[in-house]
Design a protein around this ligand. Structure first.
Ligand code: SF4
Length: 330
C-alpha cells in the first residue's frame, strides 16, 4: 500500500511499516549511574578523568565521554602518577585492581554496578562458608574477570554451557554453590542450573537471581514482540553481553531474523525489503538517541507507525559515590 501526500498531491511511494518498540529498553540504572559518575567527575574535578575499561560497552557513549575529557585505559599501569580521578567501569574489577590503586594512592571512583557488587559479596560469603564456586558466564567478559577476581586463583570454576555443567567434577558434591553473570540469557541459565541440579541436588543457589532486573525485563519485552515481527533490531555494541542475548532471545521467540546495529549508517537495507513489521529494542548500554536515529532512518524509507509495547515499568536508581552526591544532576 502506498499513499498520496495530500499537501502536495504527490504520490508517496514509501511502503507501510509498523515498528514495535520494546519497553523497557536501553539504559539501566547501573549504566546510567556509571555514565553520571564520569560526567560529574569531569564537572567537579575537570579533565582528565581516567576510566579503566569502557565505562559501559557502547562506542557512542565512550566517544562522547572522550570528547569531554575522559581518558580510557585497559589497566592502571597505563595511567601516570596523578591526582585525577580513576573510574572503574560498571562491569566491576578483580580485587587486585583497587589494591593496586591504593598502593599508588590513586583517587578512585568506583562505577561498578551495585548489582554486580552484590554478586561479588555473595561469592565471598559462599566461599567463606566453604563452598566450591561455579560461575555461569562468558569467558573473557570483564564482569566474569571481576567476579572471578574476588576470590583466590582457582576458587571459581567457569561454566559456559550445559556440556560444561555435565562434565564438571567437584571436590565435594554437597558443597557446591552457583553464581551467575548479571547479563545472561534467563532461559539458557535456567537450563544450565537445571543440569547442575540434576547432578548435584544439594547445589546452593543465589538467594535471589543474579541475572539483573534490567536484563530480565529487556528479554521479556523482546519475547512479547518478537513473534509478531519480520525483523528485529537490537541497538547495541558487539561487545555488549546483554545486547547479544537480546538478538538470540528474539530469534528463539520466533522472529525470522534479528540483528545488532550500532548506528543507522550500518543498516543493511536489502534485509528489510518487503517487511511489514519491525521490532526495535536496545541493550542496557545503548542510549536512546541511537534508537531515535534508527527509527528516523526507517521513517525516511517507509510510512512508519511506531507502537510502544511495554511489559514492565522500571523505577530503580542507584546512589552515586559519596564524593559526587552533592553535585547538581547534569
Ligand atoms: Fe547493573 Fe544490570 Fe545494568 Fe549490568 S545490566 S549495569 S548488572 S543493572
Amino acid at each position: 500500500m502506498t499513499g498520496t501526500d495530500k499537501t502536495n498531491g504527490r504520490h508517496d511511494h514509501r511502503p507501510p511499516l509498523t515498528i514495535y518498540l520494546a519497553a523497557p529498553r536501553g539504559f539501566c540504572a547501573g549504566v546510567d549511574r556509571a555514565i553520571q559518575i564520569v560526567e560529574l567527575a569531569l564537572a567537579k574535578y575537570g579533565a582528565p578523568v581516567y576510566v579503566r575499561h569502557e565505562i559501559v560497552h557502547n562506542r557512542y557513549v565512550v566517544e562522547s565521554l572522550k570528547a569531554k575529557g575522559a581518558i580510557f585505559v585497559e589497566e592502571l599501569d597505563e595511567i601516570p602518577d596523578t591526582d585525577a580521578p580513576i573510574v572503574f567501569s560498571a562491569h566491576g574489577v578483580p580485587k587486585a585492581v583497587p589494591e593496586a590503586a591504593r598502593s599508588r594512592r590513586m583517587f578512585v571512583l568506583d562505577a561498578t554496578c551495585p548489582l554486580v557488587s552484590k554478586v561479588h559479596v555473595e561469592a565471598e560469603r559462599l566461599y567463606g562458608e566453604g563452598y566450591e564456586i561455579l560461575l555461569i558466564g562468558h569467558e573473557g567478559h570483564p564482569e566474569v574477570i571481576g567476579t572471578t577476581g574476588q576470590l583466590p586463583p582457582g576458587a571459581v570454576h567457569l561454566i559456559e554451557t550445559i556440556a560444561d555443567a555435565e562434565r564438571f567434577t567437584p571436590r565435594l558434591p554437597d558443597w557446591l554453590a552457583v553464581i551467575t553473570q548479571t547479563t545472561l540469557s534467563v532461559d539458557d541459565t535456567k537450563e544450565i542450573v537445571h543440569a547442575l541440579k540434576e547432578r548435584f541436588p544439594a547445589l546452593a543457589l543465589p538467594r535471589k537471581d543474579d541475572i539483573c532486573y534490567a536484563t530480565t525485563n529487556r528479554q521479556d519485552a523482546v519475547k512479547r514482540i518478537a513473534p509478531h515481527c519480520d525483523r528485529m533490531i537490537v541497538v547495541g555494541s558487539p561487545n555488549s553481553s546483554n545486547s547479544l542475548r537480546l538478538v538470540e532471545v528474539a530469534e528463539r521467540a520466533g522472529c525470522p531474523r534479528a540483528m545488532l546495529i550500532q548506528r543507522a549508517a550500518e543498516i543493511d537495507w536489502p534485509l528489510f525489503r518487503g517487511i511489514g513489521r519491525l521490532g526495535i529494542t536496545a541493550g542496557a548500554s545503548a542510549p536512546e538517541i541511537l534508537v531515535d536515529e534508527i527509527i528516523d532512518a526507517f521513517k525516511a524509507r517507509f510510512t512508519a507507525e511506531v507502537k510502544s509495547v511495554t511489559t514492565a515499568e522500571e523505577e530503580i536508581a542507584f546512589k552515586l559515590p559519596r564524593e559526587l552526591r552533592e553535585m547538581p544532576a547534569l
